[in-house]
Write a protein that binds this ligand. Sequence first.
Ligand code: SAM
Ligand code: DTB
Ligand code: SF4
Length: 323
Amino acid sequence: MTPSSPTAQAQTHRTLEQVQALLQRPLLDLVFEAASVHRQHHDPRKIQCSQLLSIKTGACPEDCGYCSQSAHHNTGLEREKLLQVDRVLEEAREAKQGGADRFCMGAAWRNVRDGKEFDAVLEMVKGVKDLGLEACVTLGMLNTEQALRLKEAGLDYYNHNLDTGPSYYDQVTSTRCYQDRLDTLQSVRNAGLAVCCGGILGMGESLQDRAELLLELAGLDPQPESVPVNRLVPVEGTPLGHVEPIAWQEWVAFIAATRILIPKTTIRLSAGRQELPEAAQALCFLAGANSIFVGDKLLTTPNPEPGSDAAMLRSLGLLAVGE
Ligand code: SAM
Ligand code: DTB
Ligand code: SF4
């Protein structure tokens, strides 16, 4: 699949060159346009708040170069078996009390396998829904039948990221290919689940790779309901553990371009907010970001303290959806 495939172009009416040019526009012009698009489709004061929990940690057979949980890297992370359903629901209850409106459960699996563990995940999804939260899971690859079982359990979103553009993908992960990711996204769609699909900036990719990723995301038909934009969290022991962090301006530009190309989606400032000054986060919200991860931990790495996030939102006149 090339980034300038007919589907991608028909959806966005943009070529790879045009998306690259968009990412390179003077930043404040780009933010201004994105903010206008954002205000046509969304209430600019509302911020959707998701909370993450790693329900099965480490020892993943995939070799994603950024990931603390890959068995191929020596990150010192303690591996854990699948958590008990009750424990997960206790965490979900606390997340709701803390102001989250969606609970996202992540497992370090290459793919979903039918059996007791998947049945337990279905119980977790049901329990999270019974608490009145939206439910999202990210479990690696799956087929349509498995996606349908998640849908029947009440799942709202399935997260499965394309991570980067197709040309750069094999530099980041070698144990699967881009088409595997697209196939899983299709299974998710077949089951009628909402798609949460985004990527990571700052893995040494070029501007063209970022433009390719944007074209792929915008070319999904229908476009994803949710786009998480992660800034690489460098993890010691991974091949990307010492990559120079990208400038915040590049994150803002990517978010603005995402808002212009995928106007109706929810854009999440995902991993990497910890190191991002609040003023830069404010610019991201202006450029169309309307979601964050809350809680002091992502899956295995730290996230800003809940109190400081609440204060940031208040200071910007923004409201958590659950408030
Ligand atoms: N194993 C499943 C998969 O790969 O789809 C689900 C869990 S995986 C940890 C979810 C996503 O987290 C990845 O696709 C990647 O985009 C993001 N992620 C993982 N480690 C990261 C890091 N160090 N920095 C930024 N994003 C990261
Ligand atoms: C996504 O795009 N980002 C989240 C979620 N989807 C699963 C994960 C971020 C993980 C950051 C590294 C860690 O904490 O292990
Ligand atoms: Fe495994 Fe997902 Fe981490 Fe890749 S990103 S190593 S698939 S947990």
